[in-house]
Structure formats: C-alpha cells, structure tokens
Ligand binder design. Structure first.
Ligand code: MG
Length: 159
C-alpha cells in the first residue's frame, strides 16, 4: 500500500412507523424505521459516502439521485456493490471502517456484531477492521426526540 486516504460520511433519516429498520444492510426489529426514497439505510449511505469521498469520487446523492424513480425503494446494498465496483476499478480497497449510529430506538447493542459482519461483507473488509457504536441523542435534537437516526462513518482506503 503506497497510498492511503481517509473519508467521512454522514447521513440522517427521519424515522417513521412501519418502515423496515435497515441498519448496515440488516433489518433490525423496531416499531420505527428510516423513511427514504431507497430503503433508508443511513449507515450504508454514510459508509458509501465515506468511501466515495476518500477516493475523490462523486457523492452518493449524485450517483443515485433521489429524484430518479429508478432508485425508489432500492436496497442500499445495491449502492454498496456499485461503490465497491468503482473503488476497485480505481485500485482502492477499504482497510478499515468505523461507524457511529445515533438513535433513540432501536437499541443496537444486540445487533452490533451482525451489522459489523454485514458491513465487512458488503465492503470487502476484514470484520475485525469494522467497528460500530450506538449512541443515544440525550433528548436534545431530532435524534434525541426519537424523530431521526443519524449515522457517521469514517473509512481508510488503501491502494
Ligand atoms: Mg440517506
């Protein structure tokens, strides 16, 4: 590896009753889930944007605009496959990924290892090099009021 790059991605989705709660490619049991044009998986959106940013590529919203009906209800895992294809085409691989999920519900502790494994598989990185931390919003903002879920991801790319 002669070249290393760091990328940051942040995404926030409104939580709505009855939506599947997709977190890092895993459906977590929850009475609310992220609303969105796609499946609303904020963790995957943040992770993709972190990868794209590190590689100096167009961001997720530019590659898959929510104004395009073709992306309605789309699985965010598909976005990851496309991002990974682009990274690999430029010679990049993901060396590590660290993700913070801020939400009042669902609590993610029991799902942490499952989501880590999912992220590792989607981005082709060793599971030991992927981390996931759940935080609450301390009642302060949209996250704290239980209205939204926010994900922040940092990735290290190498080639
Ligand atoms: Mg999003």
């Amino acid at each position: 590896m002669s070249e290393l790059r760091i990328g940051l991605g942040i995404d926030l989705h409104r939580l709505a009753p009855g939506r599947a709660c997709m977190v890092g490619g895993i459906e977590v049991p929850s009475p609310v889930g992220p609303a969105g044009h796609s499946d609303g998986d904020a963790v995957l959106h943040a992770a993709c944007d972190a990868c794209l940013g590190a590689a100096g590529m167009e961001d997720l919203g530019t590659l898959f605009p929510d104004s395009d009906a073709a992306h309605a209800g789309r699985r965010s895992a598909d976005f990851c496959h496309e991002v990974r294809r682009r990274l690999e085409g430029a010679g990049w691989c993901v060396l590590s990924m660290d993700v913070v999920v801020e939400t009042e519900q669902p609590r993610l502790r029991a799902w942490r290892d499952t989501v880590r494994a999912s992220l590792a598989a989607l981005f082709g990185v060793d599971a030991g090099a992927v981390n996931l931390k759940g935080k609450s919003g301390e009642g302060m903002d949209a996250v704290g009021r239980g209205e939204a879920l926010r994900a922040t991801a940092v990735v290290l790319l190498g080639r």
